[in-house]
Design a protein around this ligand. Structure first.
Ligand code: ZN
Length: 481
């Protein structure tokens, strides 16, 4: 972390140093290494960086701000980071069926169109409209960054959408796979065949974004994962991530079926095999990891990899019937954990902590709300490979900050601020969001952007997509017009 000295101290006896912006009178949850809380706290910002954090009386004595935001006692915390979001599938919400066993079309005998059809119908404009809508929804819910898992055909569409909204994104090369996966998905995406030559051309192309350290949209190495990569491709991707100081992200150990598929080809459980191949490490960010066998626990913990947990999907696909979640136990053993919304099926951003808490309780385990706030903030930053400059409120870090309001009924009586905001008011209380020192959300609305225009663009895209895919979304009830 680039250490920036706090502005002049009282002991220096000098005049307070100037800063651009100061948030005062907040309940500041710094999420620093000690997890210091400042019940009447302030954060001083200059440019894109935090320059001071502490009790309001001390920070105001040390620095004088050109602009001040009074948090009025509301919580102030680092922005949330979503560890895995297919931003180009955002508008499938309500279009792809939520019935896990949908009846076949009586005319064609085929199941209704789904995610694969949607991918195959996307144009660059649809990817942009979808990512724009996703980015607006995220930032309005207190998310200041997300990892796109490498399933945008045109990563520029996602990068531009994130930059236009003013949110951080990490993008990957599209659909890096070179063999058939257990679900056969790699044979169905028309623009991205499982072809080693294509993958060789694409691997690492997005990393050019990292030349600009100030860019909001940066890149990591992304494989699709879950059985769709040869060992050669996995090794090449890990080496590339190591050489570039970035994360290698992929889907992994989603269900018992894909674990069995990999166990057959490797002759042992996949995470054990990957550990022995030498491709697990602290810069690996694996999403799902629902099914982890006993002999895979040690390699996961020892490697220091990050898990992106989706407690909603775990329930949605009935994986709880295959294996009890190991997430609370892995988290306690020191594994970094983040949440990832994957696709916005029946949940919105910020709800996964609540689901995680309840899943732990259902299994006779317990995750305190403090752990959940860690997963949303520091956990997400580490999953993105950015803990050195994101994930906590400390001098030198980027100013990605959320201010909550505490005048909502769901924010009462607020005796335990962390529990109240992570589990109860969730994201309803988000009032102001700063990304890179800029105010993106103020009073719960986009500060610089016409939300209605973004929504209209998203709706127009969704309408086109539904028509192209032959979907008929809407209620099952009769419509009387
Ligand atoms: Zn995914």
């Amino acid at each position: 972390m680039a250490q920036t000295k706090p502005a002049k101290t009282e002991r220096d006896g000098g005049a307070p140093a100037p800063c651009d912006l100061m948030i005062v009178n907040g309940y500041v949850l710094s999420m620093d290494d000690k997890r210091n809380v400042y019940p009447d706290g302030a954060v001083a910002i200059t440019g894109s960086r935090i320059v001071d954090v502490g009790p309001t009386r001390l920070v105001t004595a040390r620095a004088k701000a050109r602009r001040t935001i009074d948090a009025a006692g509301g919580a102030v915390h680092p922005g949330y980071i979503d560890g895995h979001y297919h931003a180009t599938l955002h508008l499938t919400r309500g279009a792809v069926t939520d019935n896990p066993k949908p009846p076949a079309d009586p005319k064609t005998g085929k199941p209704p169109a789904g995610y694969i059809d949607w991918f195959n119908a996307l144009t660059d404009e649809d990817e942009y409209a979808s990512a724009l809508m996703a980015s607006v929804e995220m930032v309005l819910n207190g998310f200041t960054g997300f990892i796109e898992p490498g399933t945008a055909f045109e990563p520029d569409a996602v990068a531009s959408a994130a930059e236009d909204v003013g949110i951080r994104a990490s993008v990957g090369d599209p659909f890096l796979w070179d063999k058939l996966d257990p679900e056969g998905m790699a044979s169905l995406i028309e623009r991205a065949p499982a072809d080693g030559k294509r993958v060789e051309r694409e691997l690492g192309r997005q990393l050019k974004r990292n030349r600009d350290p100030d860019a909001l949209a940066r890149a990591h190495v992304a494989l699709y994962g879950i059985g769709s990569a040869t060992e050669e491709l996995t090794r090449a991707a890990k080496s590339l991530a190591d050489a570039n100081g970035v994360v290698l992200a992929q889907h992994q150990n989603f269900t018992e079926e894909d674990v069995e598929f990999d166990t057959k080809r490797f002759g042992r459980h996949p995470l054990l095999h990957m550990a022995e191949m030498g491709v697990l490490g602290r810069n690996c960010t694996f999403t799902h990891m629902n099914v982890i066998h006993d002999d895979e626990v040690k390699p996961v913990v020892d490697s220091g990899l990050s898990i992106v947990w989706h407690p909603g999907n775990y329930m949605f696909y009935g994986i709880s019937g295959q294996m009890k979640t190991r997430m609370p136990e892995l988290f306690r053993a020191g594994t970094n954990m983040s949440f990832g919304c994957d696709v916005a099926k029946v949940w919105a951003f910020g709800e996964l902590g609540f689901l995680a808490y309840l899943i732990a309780r259902e299994n006779g385990q317990f995750l305190p709300s403090e752990s959940i706030l860690e997963m949303f903030t520091r956990g997400g930053a580490q999953a993105m490979g950015r803990l050195q400059d994101l994930g906590s409120l400390e001098p030198g870090k980027r100013a990605d900050i959320v201010i909550r309001r505490n005048d909502l009924p769901d924010a009462q009586p607020n005796l335990d601020v962390v529990r109240q905001l992570t589990l109860i008011s969730r994201t309803k209380s988000v009032d102001t969001v700063l990304v890179d020192g800029k105010i993106v959300v103020r009073n719960g609305r986009m500060a610089q952007m016409d939300e209605a225009a973004v929504f209209a663009r998203g709706q127009a895209s969704a309408k086109r997509m539904v028509e192209r895919c032959g979907m008929k979304p809407g209620t099952i009830w009769p419509k009387v017009e």
